[in-house]
Structure formats: structure tokens, C-alpha cells
Unconditional design. Structure first.
Length: 512
């Protein structure tokens, strides 16, 4: 037993809650009732490996939900080892166990077991390869306490274990969607059980950052998720397209070849070690575990690209909030030996690689907008604009074109002082602000009062959106829904304001 479990067992316990899987009991902490490591799916091992998830065998003895469940096996981390660091997802919370194929667990925070509170289901970042719902910054306690909502964080299958498409090779037609089908099983669990935790199953918001934002995008095009959520927030992770069926099948065939398994003999996959499967997946991913395996358009679980060439009709009525941080890419290039010392020649080459013939015009526009940026930060600006910001604008345009559920757009521009300000406003900076977890993330957001000023604004906006589908609060200026005539965007900073068509010159170059 861990020190964390020992400490939890000294706390006041909740009453027993009956769920569709069996009775569970959590613990009380600072006005909340907390349930950690709730099992929602059977262990996806053996015959269930590379299959859609199934509910666990019901239990009758009370399950003690007092500690985090195992995270999924991570890209770049041997099975059975603990994770840590942004490169393998966000830093784990104390007491998080080692990774395991048996990873289908959720965590729940609520102020009470009666009532009808809005429900906020968080999908973690880390691409489709890394991360877990047990990261320290994802602790849902402060959000549940501040807004009287029920917060839920999720572990699900990742990388080759979650997205190996064997449908064209004799396997299950939607094996390449296993990780996404895990999330749908979570949403079904919420529908069937969240009322017993004081939540309203008719008012569920899904929200996520980076890979989690892409998961939120995917779910809006998945028939199996239809009706299981009612609002969606995409933070720095617009998912416009999924992997093609051809590319996913090609990757799967390469994994089988690496494992010595013929397409007609997939039963062998049940007995191969997790480490061998992971190694085969890593070899196919060619050293880039964040890109190797992700959802594909399989024609069934995901019948179309999420937001290409338009927004999916199946979720047209769902309100969406989407946005980015000003300097997303600094987090990705900070580990480069030349970070802070890139030259103008480096900038020219990287911009050309990113946007081709648009490079000269794009760099000029960004240089004009950010005159104090070094070549390093201009490289980040190019990658940010071409990637997450440009993709988010496109998604917002396509959502607005449906003229159904509204879409609200934001940009965070406040810069963290950490590292002498070198990161400026990087990828993931909004997470501790949205979760009101400033004190858990001082090494990221810095000291002083400013981070809490942002957290007060952003967490309240997210809570308002979860309640009503409208993020407007008394602490913010009027925030209109996004449309292509005005392009109203909330700029989050110490003094937040709405900007119409921010970075319009950059947008026009990218869309030319």
C-alpha cells in the first residue's frame, strides 16, 4: 500500500454509491466527495486486446475508489514504468501507479451525491500516444468546488494499443478506434451513473487540450457518441482530419510484420507481450510516437473526417468553444539545442518547410505583429499560426457555417514568467488556469498574483459554458459567438478583451 493510499484511508469516507458495475465508495476532502480509480471497462488484454471495450464483470463487494488507476502504456515508456514530464504527457499526480494495459479507469469529483450538477468530462493531452487523466494539473477538485460541477477525468488506451486498425486484415472493423470507443464507454457510464454522483446526465460537456482537443473533435463525428454529450471545448487541438484507412492499414500491416504475425492468424496477438507490441509500434512510428497511431476513418465508428470538408451534421446543435495560446510551439522547440539561438537562415528554412511559397509573406506579417520576437520566437509563431491556430480558425469557420449550435473562439496571450519568459505563452499554459490549479503548477505559471487573475477569468468562463453553452460571465466583456463577418475572439490576458479578426493579415496569407 502506498503512502498516498494510507493517507486517504485516514480521511472520512463517502457513503456507498451503487453503479451499474457494482457498489463503490470514495473519500471526502475539503468539501468534496472524491472517487479515484473507478473501473469503467474490463481489462483490455488477451482476447480483448485490439477490440472495442466491454463493461467489466459486475461486482457485489464494495470497490474502494481511493487511488488513481493505472495509466495506459505510453509511447516511449516501457510497460510497467511510471510516467513523468511533458514529453510523456503531463507530470503525474502523487500516487499514480505504473502504466498497464489494464487502464480503463476514471476519476470523479463532486460536492454531493444528490442534485443535478453540470458534468465536465476531461480528455487528456499527449497526442494519441501519451498522457493520463491522473496528471497533477488535471485534478478536478478546484473546478468542482468553484463551479459546483461534477468533474470527470479519463484513462483510455493509447498509441498502438488504442489505434491499430486491423479491420482490413481480418481483425475487428473498428480496432483502430479502440481508444476512442473507450471514451464513448466512459460517456455511456456517465449517462447511466452520474446522477448517483450528483450530476446531470442531460448536461455533459466534453473538453480537452492538444490530443484531448482532437479527441473532442473526433467525438463530434462519431455516431456512437451522439447524444452522450451536449457541449464541447477544444483547447489547442483542432481535429480536422483523421488518418486515412489506407495509411492506418499500412501501419497495421507493418506492425504484424514486425511481430511475425500473418493477417490470417491474428489470434497470436493475444499472447504476445505488451513490450513486444509496443516495440513493434515504435518501429513503425519511426521514432515519432506522437504521430504513429491515431484514429482513422474506418467507415463505421468514425464514418468521416471530423471537420473536413465541413463540420459534421450529427453534432450541428452542439455548442463549441475553441481556442489557442499565442506561442504554442515554444513548448515543442524548447528542447532543440539552438532554442534561443536560431538564426534568420534557420527561420527562413523552417518557414519554407512549414508553409512553402507563403513563407516570406507569413514571416513578414508575423514580424510586423511581433516586432520584438527573435528568430526563435518567430519560428514558433510560424508553426503556431500554420498549425493549431490556423486549424482552430478553420474548424470555427466550418462550425459557424452550419448556423446551428454556436461556436465561441478565444486566444490566451498572457505570458508565463518562468524561464525568464522564454516560453512566452506556450502550449498547455491554459490548463492550470482553466482548472483553477495555479498552486499545483507554479513551476509552469510562475509566482505572484497574475496567474490567479487569469484563472479566475478562464475557469469561470469554462464553467459558464458548461452550464449553459455560453461562456459569458460578469468578469468578462461581452463575448459574441464567432462568425466569418466579425470573427469575434476573446483575448485572455490580465485585462481581457474581444478582438475582431485577430491576426487577420496572418489568416489571409494562410488561407490564400
Amino acid at each position: 500500500m502506498t503512502d498516498v493510499q494510507d493517507a486517504v484511508r485516514e480521511l472520512e469516507r463517502t457513503q456507498v454509491v451503487q453503479t451499474t458495475n457494482g457498489p463503490v465508495r470514495g473519500y471526502c476532502e475539503d468539501g468534496l466527495q472524491v472517487f479515484k480509480g473507478l473501473r469503467y471497462g474490463a481489462a483490455s488484454v488477451g482476447a480483448l486486446r485490439f477490440q472495442p471495450p466491454v463493461r467489466p464483470k459486475p461486482w457485489t463487494e464494495v470497490a474502494e475508489a481511493v487511488s488513481l488507476g493505472a495509466p495506459a502504456i505510453q509511447g516511449g515508456v516501457p510497460p510497467g514504468e511510471k510516467t513523468g514530464g511533458r514529453s510523456n504527457g503531463d507530470p503525474a499526480a502523487p500516487g499514480q501507479p505504473a502504466t498497464d494495459e489494464d487502464c480503463l479507469f476514471i476519476n470523479v469529483w463532486t460536492q454531493g451525491l444528490t442534485g443535478k450538477r453540470p458534468v465536465m468530462v476531461w480528455l487528456h493531452g499527449g497526442g494519441f500516444s501519451n498522457g493520463s487523466g491522473g496528471a497533477a494539473m488535471y485534478d478536478g477538485g478546484n473546478l468542482a468546488r468553484r463551479g459546483d460541477v461534477v468533474t470527470v477525468t479519463v484513462n483510455h488506451r493509447l498509441n498502438v494499443f488504442g489505434y491499430l486498425h486491423l479491420g482490413e486484415l481480418g481483425g475487428h472493423a473498428s480496432s483502430g478506434q479502440a481508444g476512442m470507443l473507450d471514451i464513448i464507454l466512459v460517456l455511456e457510464w456517465v449517462r447511466d451513473n452520474i446522477a448517483a454522483f450528483g450530476g446531470d446526465p442531460s448536461n455533459v460537456t466534453i473538453f480537452g487540450e492538444s490530443g484531448g482537443g482532437a479527441k473532442v473533435s473526433m467525438l463530434q463525428a462519431m455516431p456512437g457518441a451522439h447524444g452522450l454529450f451536449h457541449k464541447a471545448i477544444i483547447q489547442s487541438g483542432p481535429g480536422l482530419r483523421a488518418v486515412s484507412l489506407e495509411a492506418a492499414t499500412r501501419n497495421a500491416k507493418a506492425v504484424l510484420d514486425a511481430l511475425g504475425v500473418r493477417p490470417g492468424d491474428l489470434g497470436k496477438l493475444e499472447t504476445i507481450s505488451a513490450a513486444a507490441v509496443q516495440d513493434a509500434g515504435a518501429s513503425v512510428a519511426a521514432g515519432n510516437p506522437m504521430q504513429g497511431f491515431s484514429p482513422c476513418v474506418d467507415g463505421e465508428a468514425l464514418p468521416r473526417d471530423p471537420f473536413h470538408p465541413d463540420a459534421p451534421a450529427i453534432s450541428a446543435a452542439v455548442p463549441v468553444m475553441i481556442g489557442t495560446n499565442k506561442d504554442e510551439a515554444t513548448l515543442f522547440i524548447r528542447s532543440h539545442p539552438k532554442f534561443g539561438e536560431f538564426t534568420e537562415e534557420d527561420l527562413e528554412k523552417r518557414a519554407k518547410d512549414a508553409v512553402g511559397d507563403k513563407a516570406e509573406a507569413l514571416v513578414a506579417a508575423l514580424r510586423k505583429r511581433f516586432p520584438d520576437y527573435s528568430p526563435t520566437h518567430l519560428i514558433s509563431a510560424v508553426q503556431t499560426a500554420q498549425g493549431m491556430w490556423g486549424g482552430s480558425v478553420t474548424l470555427a469557420e466550418r462550425k459557424a457555417a452550419q448556423d446551428a449550435g454556436p461556436v465561441y473562439m478565444y486566444m490566451l496571450t498572457w505570458e508565463t514568467p518562468v524561464g525568464r519568459g522564454a516560453l512566452k505563452c506556450p502550449h498547455a499554459l491554459e490548463i492550470p488556469l482553466v482548472f483553477d490549479n495555479v498552486e499545483r503548477a507554479r513551476d509552469f505559471v510562475g509566482r505572484g498574483d497574475d496567474p490567479q487573475v487569469l484563472a479566475d477569468q478562464m475557469s469561470e468562463a469554462w464553467l459558464a459554458f458548461a452550464r449553459t453553452g455560453d461562456p459569458n460571465t460578469a468578469a468578462l466583456p461581452d463575448w459574441p459567438a464567432y462568425d466569418v463577418s466579425r470573427r469575434a475572439t476573446m483575448i485572455f490576458d490580465l485585462e481581457s478583451h474581444v478582438d475582431d479578426d485577430p491576426m487577420s493579415d496572418v489568416r489571409k496569407i494562410l488561407q490564400s
